[in-house]
Write a protein that binds this ligand. Structure first.
Ligand SMILES: N=C(N)NCCCC(=O)O
Ligand SMILES: [Zn+2]
Ligand SMILES: [Zn+2]
Length: 322
């Protein structure tokens, strides 16, 4: 039976996901959360878009298959978010914008086309990666619309390193490039969940000099969620905020399917609670990156990433004026 959707949503209710009480959730093509494709709606407030690109990785590859795995895992999401008390797909039009085509053999060309394609989507974006290289063109596109951005970067890693094998554009370097390009408001940039061995103490000195504050994974444990959320909200204030979530911010027990796993990470419960604590901030865009399904088990990582994306969509939907 073909799926029936509304013809137009110009001034009517948003078109929501396929109803899982009528069409089994395991049937039909996997758009994010079973939402309509962007070409099936007249207007779109929040778009979920994939970037299947992983030519920037330093260790285990495979994040090019992240968008497809996260969409599959998102079939079980339901339309009401009790933690945030919002039905995001009723409040605004959310749609799946498909995948951005990025050259797998030319990182420079890929970065350019990601920036251009992201800039051409007339909606607030939640992007599913792909490796962390893609954050740079996504930040460029967002900063072009909103000016210098506050950034909360959830990751085991700093990703402010300078070069790898002489290469400037990799998944370990996007946030140094973003500061150098003036995309970020360096009064309001921070990492959350940082941990693991570094190349040297200079990594931290450089990072601090670039303007970043750090809430380590150990800080989340020792200071507790409420204090951490307060500190993050104070740092961000009312600036336009971009949230970048590298799924390796989670402990490998919660996200084995990723390229550069580090022990001692956040639980998915902690991450989701911190994200919910950002309700009311001026979120303008977000990404979830570094899901590498070949290393996953029982879809643990792509399920976690689908919930992170759902929370980010919900935060964007809550602040959109209806
Ligand atoms: N962005 C991620 N996931 N990892 C960066 C790790 C860079 C390194 O191999 O040192
Ligand atoms: Zn990382
Ligand atoms: Zn990263």
């Amino acid at each position: 039976m073909p799926q029936v959707r509304g013809v137009t949503n110009t001034d009517a209710m948003p078109i929501g996901p396929v109803d899982s009480s009528k069409v089994p959730r395991f049937a039909g093509p996997a758009t994010f959360a079973r939402l309509p494709r962007i070409d099936q709606v007249e207007r779109c407030d929040v778009a979920v878009v994939g970037v299947p690109f992983d030519a920037g990785v330093s260790y285990r590859p495979g994040a090019r298959f992240g968008p497809a795995a996260v969409r599959e895992a998102s079939r079980l999401l339901r339309p009401y978010h009790p933690g945030l008390d919002v039905s995001p797909f009723e409040r605004v039009q959310v749609a799946d914008a498909g995948d951005i085509v990025a050259n797998p053999f030319d990182i420079g060309a890929a970065i350019e086309s990601i920036e251009e394609a992201a800039g051409a989507i007339d909606a607030r974006l939640v992007t599913i990666g792909g490796d962390h290289t893609i954050a740079l063109p996504l930040l460029r596109a967002a900063a072009r619309r909103h000016g210098p951005l506050a950034l909360l970067h959830f990751d085991a890693h700093l990703d402010t390193w300078d070069t790898y094998f002489g290469a400037e554009y990799t998944h370990g370097t996007p946030f140094r490039r973003a500061v150098e390009e003036g995309l970020l408001d360096t009064e309001a940039v921070g990492h959350v969940g940082t941990r693991g061995p570094l190349y040297g103490r200079k990594d931290l000195d450089d990072d601090r000099r670039l303007g970043f504050g750090i809430v380590t994974a150990a800080d989340v444990l020792r200071r507790g969620l409420d204090e951490v959320i307060d500190a993050l909200r104070q740092r961000v204030g009312d600036r336009p905020l971009y949230v970048s979530v590298d799924i390796d911010v989670l402990d490998p027990a919660h996200a084995p399917g990723t390229g550069t796993p580090e022990a001692g990470g956040l639980t998915s419960r902690e991450l989701l609670e911190i994200l919910r604590g950002l309700a009311g901030c001026d979120l303008v865009g977000a990404d979830v990156v570094e899901v590498s399904p070949a290393y996953d088990h029982a879809d643990i990582t792509s399920i976690a990433a689908s919930h992170v994306a759902y929370d980010l969509v919900s935060l964007l939907a809550m602040q959109e004026k209806t």
